[in-house]
Design a protein around this ligand. Sequence first.
Ligand code: AR6
Length: 170
Amino acid sequence: MTARLDARHADITTLAMDAIVNAANSSLLGGGGVDGAIHRAAGPALVAECRLLGGCETGDAKITGGHRLPAHHVIHTVGPVWRGGGHDEAALLASCYRRSLQLARAHRLRSIAFPCISTGIFGFPAEPAARIAVDTVRVELAGDEMPDLVLFCCFSADDLAIYRRLLAFG
Ligand code: AR6
């Protein structure tokens, strides 16, 4: 069986998944956007755990507990800042999805929710970012049983419409 992919309009901090993914920065010490929301909801123990991780490279991912979140784990990944498209942004964004799923699998997690990494403060255009997200997740999970649910968590109706179309028609 291959993983089920779905998209939902939600605040990712409310999702009771095995893991939610955080669109962090390389310090892993918090910020605005979804990063700020996750740290506020998880409580101060999350940043204390993050301090032990020594930061994270763009395109890579690291895992912590979920603390006060309903999710059991947080996978922190650092997306690229959009600089016009000629600075390896697409490959680095794909790497965020790939590395997050590899971590989820290594920890035997069954369900994971992604926000639209890099498309807020980091400025990556929404449509190409969603295409990279869906294509990368599909390839990474081909023929693999774990995780068995991957949710694209959209914070806007516009993002949800993009993902619904990509999931329906490829
Ligand atoms: N639940 C789900 N999605 C959300 C939520 C939420 N609660 N809040 C925002 N989004 P962004 P980035 C969506 O800016 O572009 C931080 O300061 C948002 O609408 O959070 O990767 C970090 O520390 C957008 O679709 O992340 C970094 O410095 C998506 O999450 C920097 O921002 C990503 O927007 C990372 O920028």
